[in-house]
Design a protein around this ligand. Structure first.
Ligand SMILES: Nc1nc2c(c(=O)[nH]1)N[C@H]1C(S)=C(S)[C@@H](COP(=O)(O)OP(=O)(O)OC[C@H]3O[C@@H](n4cnc5c(=O)[nH]c(N)nc54)[C@H](O)[C@@H]3O)O[C@H]1N2
Ligand SMILES: Nc1nc2c(c(=O)[nH]1)N[C@H]1C(S)=C(S)[C@@H](COP(=O)(O)OP(=O)(O)OC[C@H]3O[C@@H](n4cnc5c(=O)[nH]c(N)nc54)[C@H](O)[C@@H]3O)O[C@H]1N2
Ligand code: SF4
Ligand SMILES: [Mo]
Length: 726
């Protein structure tokens, strides 16, 4: 006899006639999945599929990638340039000529009246590398403001800073294939299954084939923590203490790799002296992890033939973000786990092209990891572009998080935002609104008109989105991958590349500088300018990239197929070729819970939404999972406070307050709550966002709040809705 449901209806997949499949790379997270979009005979995108022979995703996609093609027909796309006198007036539709003339005129006027650096520019991690490169040339060569940054300061700045301090350069040394070789995975402040689902799939596939211990450090019981062998629910903001104590145990018990330390590092003595002060017992008192457990994980890590660490925002978004990254690098250097299969310190990147901006946007320096501080680098870039080297500043200007206070102080009068929405994503958003409204000119270049920042804009430039233009992204493992144009942008929207090159034409000083107009031509320039650098693209072309389904830099004539790992020979980017071991004392400077604000406020992401939801909030199959702001709260604490599931509560910090629905879950500790970052007028009204001293990245993960019950739930629902509607 047969058991089970033997009589099943056949599965019928809806027929979507596809005329051609267009090769792209997903435009959400930095996993970098290859996906093909199916286009019908009428030229409409109707479906998508993962690319089976792609090294990254092997045919798989997460739910965001599957539905990404629906953005082509999403609501509230910008289709025409808009201008108004100030944010209180109504917008008027304008031609591109009028909008670009006015943008150039405003930049010139503000610079003439208040000085070169009084006009600031903040871009993104979500446009193509060719666009970043062109923007960099426009800003450094033509506009010449030094107050130019990317939203990557909210995201990857601590990883960049930490890599530079340890290895002498930015650049993640490892790759996803390291999961196939490692004997221990240490994941700290990263929730891979929700935020990088396909990297997680690669990890799980490797663990299924060949089990190895996974240790997860996160104050919240995330999906990754649930899959771990050991979960360390650390006291928020104290990772540095745990990492120092692990190094303490390793050195005390002689588990370090002496040869590696001697041959490839500097600074061992000072480092040893410092970690000697961080006994597991002392660490336990600060980070809340039992001393014996610290000893245990340190031994597992150091005794593994190959051990790797991955991390994301739990480390980067902290007052010791940069130090946390250096501490991870320290741990890997003393155990000889850099540049070897399965032995690495791999920062899991955020946005689809956060790497591209680091490599080529010239935000914090000059193209291909050149720096403004280095005279030879300045001379090279000036000569390459045909710019007088004296126009380059000799150190980087303000970061995004310092640009806003400078606007408040009246030092910056004009701002151009490209592909970022600080009115929802920066800490303390009520203050951000006041600051933006203070500007004489705010230019917003975005694909959508309902981006909250547009409410304060004087000029709005409608941009084409992913898949409406051609170009490349670099993913977490340094893999450069191609997005081909699938459909035309709506209305008069133009690619960012088009906008940059056409804006450049408005400035007399651009006359001597050549701006390539197509992505393929710009890519040729990138190949040339990167030749011989760590991020060498010289062996790649768009066609080669598509055929290989992505190529990892460095790629040149010696390395035609690209490079899986950096520093395989133990030679680092410091002049003497050695990495630095750096002593890192822990400074406890966070906002911590107190009697008046007794809860830790943690914030982050859910799998179905992307950041400020300008894209995913409009895709029905994604938005339906979490259409409203909510807060995870521990059921025991909720019961003590008389709060039931799905109640509205008011959450109050020293900055402001927000109203959220309560979701009860054991994922959070009794003294902690978690609110996703995706909703306007919500968690970032509350977040303090203290800055890391090196990276200037905000500590989004640690603030103190209190919770108030609301008697009139109908009224609360109305207030919550009105807060969202601005
Ligand atoms: N679905 C989806 N995926 C995304 C994104 C998205 O918006 N949606 N955004 C992309 C971007 S830009 C980024 S940067 C990444 C972010 O990817 P992740 O960093 O993995 O995601 P987050 O949820 O921001 O934070 C990760 C974890 O840090 C933990 N954490 C909080 N405080 C601490 C602490 O003090 N110590 C430690 N060790 N951990 C702590 C949080 O509890 C949380 O589980 O995701 C990328 N992928
Ligand atoms: N509380 C809290 N806040 C956080 C975080 C957190 O963990 N907690 N995480 C921080 C992190 S890691 C990040 S990365 C930031 C993200 O913060 P933002 O960058 O502000 O968020 P996005 O919603 O991704 O904004 C990108 C914008 O670019 C537009 N866009 C998309 N594609 C294109 C294009 O091709 N061209 C142009 N011109 N525009 C385009 C989108 O419509 C959108 O408005 O948020 C930060 N804020
Ligand atoms: S894992 Fe990231 S890159 Fe891959 S499909 Fe999902 S959102 Fe896109
Ligand atoms: Mo990010």
């Amino acid at each position: 006899m047969l058991f089970g449901r033997t009589h099943k209806n056949e599965i019928h997949l809806p027929v979507k006639p596809v005329d051609k499949w267009v090769y792209t790379t997903c435009g959400y997270c930095s996993t970098g999945c290859s996906l093909e979009v199916g286009v019908n005979a009428a030229g409409k995108a109707v479906t998508a599929r993962g690319v089976e022979d792609a090294a990254v995703n092997r045919g798989k996609l997460c739910l965001k990638g599957i539905y990404e093609y629906e953005v082509f027909e999403s609501q509230n796309r910008g289709t025409v340039p808009l201008i108004r006198k100030n944010h209180k007036n109504a917008f008027e539709e304008k031609s591109w000529d009028e909008a670009l003339d006015q943008t150039a005129a405003e930049i010139s006027r503000i610079q003439a009246v208040y000085g070169r650096d009084s006009f600031a520019i903040v871009s993104t991690g979500q446009i193509y590398t060719e666009e970043f490169y062109t923007l960099g040339k426009l800003v450094r060569g033509v506009i010449r403001t030094n107050n130019y940054d990317g939203n990557t300061t909210l995201c990857m700045a601590s990883a960049v800073s930490g890599y530079k301090r340890s290895f002498g350069s930015d650049g993640p040394p490892g790759c996803y294939d390291d999961f196939e070789h490692t004997n221990c995975l240490f994941a700290i402040g990263s929730n891979l299954p929700e935020q990088h689902p396909i990297i997680y799939y690669r990890l799980q596939e490797a663990r299924t084939r060949r089990p190895f211990p996974m240790i997860v450090v996160d104050p919240r019981v995330t999906m990754l923590a649930q899959m771990a062998d050991i979960h360390l629910p650390i006291t928020p903001g104290t990772d540095l203490v745990l990492l120092n104590a692990m190094a303490h145990v390793i050195l005390k018990e002689g588990l370090q790799d002496e040869d590696y330390i001697r041959l490839h590092t500097n600074g061992f003595e000072g480092f040893k002296k410092l970690v000697n002060e961080y006994s597991p017992e002392k660490a336990e008192g600060i980070c809340g992890i039992a001393a014996d457990m610290i000893r245990k994980v340190a031994r597992i890590y150091a005794e593994a033939n190959a051990a790797m660490t991955i991390w994301t925002m739990g480390i980067n978004q902290s007052t010791h973000g940069s130090d946390g990254v250096v501490a991870i690098n320290n741990l890997n250097l003393i155990t000889g786990n850099i540049g070897k299969p399965g032995g690495t310190a791999l920062s899991i990147t955020g946005q689809c092209n956060a790497m591209g901006t680091r490599e080529f946007s010239s935000c914090s320096g000059l193209p291909a990891y050149r720096t403004l501080e280095n005279e030879a680098d300045r001379a090279f870039a000036a000569d390459f572009w045909g710019v007088d080297t004296r126009h380059f500043p000799d150190k980087r200007g303000l970061t995004e998080t310092d640009i806003f206070p400078a606007i408040e102080r009246g030092e910056i009068k004009g701002l151009w935002l490209i592909g970022t929405n600080p009115m929802t994503s920066m800490p303390n958003t009520p203050q951000i609104r006041k600051i933006l409204d203070q500007l004489e000119c705010l230019v917003v270049q975005d694909a959508y008109t309902d981006v909250e920042t547009v409410q304060s804009a004087t000029i709005y430039l409608p941009a084409a989105l992913w898949g409406e233009k051609t170009g490349v992204f670099t993913n977490t493992e340094r893999r450069v991958n191609l997005v081909r144009k699938v459909v035309a942008p709506p209305g008069k929207a133009k690619s960012d590349l088009w906008i940059f090159t056409h804006l450049a034409k408005r400035f007399d000083r651009a006359k001597e500088i050549k701006f390539a107009e197509t992505a393929a031509e710009v890519f040729d320039e990138i190949r040339e300018i990167s030749k011989g650098r760590l991020c060498d693209y010289s062996g790649m072309t768009h066609e080669k990239i598509e055929a290989a389904r992505g190529i990892q830099w460095p790629c040149n004539t010696d390395n035609e197929a690209g490079s899986a790992r950096l520093y395989t020979d133990g030679h680092f980017q410091y002049p003497d070729g050695k990495a630095k071991l750096i002593a890192l004392p822990f400074v406890d400077n966070n906002e911590v819970p107190c009697q008046e604000y007794p809860f830790w406020l943690n914030s982050g992401r859910v799998v179905e939404h992307w950041h400020t939801r300008t894209k995913t909030g409009k895709i029905g199959n994604l938005n339906k999972f979490s259409p409203t702001p909510f807060m995870e709260m521990n059921p025991r604490m909720a019961a003590k406070m008389g709060i039931a599931a799905m109640d509205y509560v008011r959450v109050i910090s020293r900055r402001s307050s927000a109203i959220v629905l309560v979701q009860l879950t054991e994922r959070v500790a009794e003294d902690a709550v978690f609110i996703p970052m995706h909703y306007y007028n919500c968690v970032n009204r509350l977040v303090k966002g203290l800055l890391d001293p090196y990276s200037r990245q905000p500590a989004y993960k640690q603030s103190a709040v209190r919770i108030e019950c609301l008697m009139d739930q109908d009224e609360a629902a109305k207030t919550a809705a009105s807060l969202r509607d601005y």
